[in-house]
Design a protein around this ligand. Structure first.
Ligand code: AMP
Length: 524
């Protein structure tokens, strides 16, 4: 089995069907995409690369991304997609850890200085003519070698975790993992047909790129915005021009779309003309935010929960569940991450890995075909994370009687104050119901008396003057006294990584440094 088989099939049977767009302009038909990827595969193998060798992609979103991914798979090679915002030295570390032989970069992007990445066996800049030549077909698709035969458990995608603590780890994802994730999308997340279009605004090096698999399987269109990233106006316009697109959006991106929509005063019909489906996930979506998103953009949202180790595939909160406002437990469901996706089992366990009954909080475990084989060259980390075939996610949550999973926190983010567990997410949810708050992140700060105290870093809504007293009164009206923040830090923005996740480790670090210096942290 080979992930490129679907492209081969599409290229032969539907050669003239539009496949890839760069902005609103067609970049390739399925015939062209397949022929370019097959040509690249042939050139890679002719140059001496062998099945199983690693090829790194250190590029922002670009149509070539898709041609490289499938070209590598066509040849039986392993892709190492690296977040384009990493420092070249961090990328160089990943290149060396993964043993990547060739590295694709986009010189038009932000990498002026590639540092030690230049030590790669070959560094290929997609903006150079000689790299473009690798995709130029010498033969028609039918005259090029078909996709390599590879085992179901052959390594296909070596994904490096964001590594908020220590060095990132390479997550080994196989053909089986990615095939399952692709097919599950079509069953659990959204139906896909050749009339659909997937818009890649979030980084393709992460889950968003993996969503190319189901859209290719269904012969749909793939749209890379000219900006290569998130620009709400561009996203709306592309949807209007190409016909209601689907996109993956971390909660921060959803916010930007909602703000744009509200600012432009768009009706639900106008939104529907741009977006068929918005899949959100990757970080907590607060109840107040999803309610606002639904009110402003209408019922076009699906939530997924997953992690690099079981990409995009642990649970799903479907459009149906999100729209079913009449259900007696509608709000609990909306605040949850939904039910287990088809190919996985999801359980909550105690510290001894024993299954817990519904309602009890413990660590979330996932088992099934999307789950990684292990970490690259890290047997110890693998043994700690894969236990009896179960993936330990490091997330805390609880299941309801009817199978909905509510996430509480990453276990390392739980605050223990005076011996009691406080889940930041719960406090954040309450604070966000205050109309004057745009964003919040709650964390623990070391305290000699309590062990830790609850601190809230808050970003006021534009034009709103907020005080700590006002927020304290709001908390007192909604949650137990002991859970409410003892301290508020007002900020203009919260630090986030390239995938839109708030960098709690950076905030904690700032807090510790400010405590050490006995002065409040900066406003940025
Ligand atoms: P990553 O491996 O970078 O994709 O990060 C995965 C982590 O993001 C998970 O372990 C969760 O902590 C968090 N996450 C992913 N999806 C969701 C979601 N829908 N709601 C809340 N947190 C999420």
């Amino acid at each position: 089995m080979n992930l490129a088989k679907a492209l081969w099939r599409q290229g032969l049977s539907e050669p003239d069907t539009p496949a890839i767009f760069f902005g609103a302009q067609q970049w390739a038909t399925y015939g062209q995409w397949a022929t370019r990827s097959a040509s690249l595969a042939k050139n890679l193998l002719d140059a001496g690369l062998k099945a199983g060798d690693r090829v790194m992609i250190f590029m922002g979103n670009h149509p070539r991304y898709l041609e490289i991914l499938w070209g590598c798979w066509w040849a039986g090679l392993v892709v190492v997609p690296v977040n384009a915002k990493l420092h070249p030295e961090e990328a160089a570390w990943i290149a060396s850890d993964s043993g990547a032989r060739w590295v694709f970069v986009n010189g038009e992007g932000s990498h002026d200085d590639l540092g030690s990445l230049r030590n790669a066996e070959r560094l290929l800049d997609i903006s150079h003519d000689e790299t473009a030549a690798l995709f130029e077909p010498e033969h028609a698709l039918s005259g090029l070698p078909p996709p390599a035969e590879s085992a179901h458990d052959a390594l296909a995608w070596l994904f490096y975790t964001s590594g908020t603590t220590g060095r990132p780890k390479g997550v080994i994802l196989t053909t089986r993992n990615l095939m399952t994730v692709g097919m599950t999308y079509c069953v659990d997340v959204d139906s896909v047909s050749r009339h659909d279009a997937m818009l890649y605004a979030a980084p393709m090096s992460h889950g968003c790129g993996i969503y190319a698999i189901p859209h290719l399987m269904a012969g749909a269109r793939h749209v890379v915005p000219k900006s290569g990233g998130v620009n709400a106006q561009e996203m709306f316009e592309l949807g209007r021009e190409l016909g209601a697109v689907t996109t993956f959006a971390a909660p921060t991106i959803v916010k930007r779309l909602v703000d744009y929509c509200a600012h432009m005063g768009l009706s639900h019909d106008e939104v529907a003309a741009s977006f068929k489906t918005i899949v959100y996930g990757g970080a907590p979506m607060y109840l107040a935010d999803i309610k606002k998103a639904l009110a402003i953009m209408g019922p076009r949202f699906v939530q997924i929960y997953g992690q690099g180790e079981s990409p995009m595939t642990a649970t799903v909160l479907s459009k149906y569940h999100i729209a079913n406002t009449q259900h007696p437990r509608y709000l609990q469901r909306l605040a949850s991450v939904g039910v287990a996706q088809t190919p996985v089992l999801v359980r909550v366990v105690d510290a001894a890995n024993r299954f817990l009954p519904p309602g009890e909080i413990g660590e979330v475990m996932v088992r099934g075909d999307p789950v990684m084989l292990g970490y690259w060259n890290q047997p110890e980390a693998t043994a700690n994370t894969l236990v009896d075939g179960w993936l330990k996610t490091g997330d805390l949550g609880c299941l309801s009687e009817d199978g909905f999973l509510t996430l509480k926190e990453r276990s390392k983010d739980v605050i223990i104050s005076g011996g009691t567990n406080i889940y930041p997410r719960e406090v954040e949810e309450v604070l966000l119901t205050h109309p004057g708050l745009a964003e919040v992140s709650v964390l623990g700060a070391p305290d000699p008396e309590w062990g830790e105290i609850v601190v809230a870093c808050v970003v006021p809504s534009p034009g709103y003057t907020l005080t700590a007293e006002e927020l304290d009164a709001h908390c007192l009206a909604h949650i137990a006294r002991f859970k409410r923040p003892k301290k508020y830090i007002f900020k203009e923005t919260l630090p986030k990584n390239n995938y839109g996740k708030v960098l709690k480790t950076q905030l904690s670090q700032e807090l510790r440094e400010a405590q050490a210096a006995k002065q409040p942290p900066s406003a940025n």
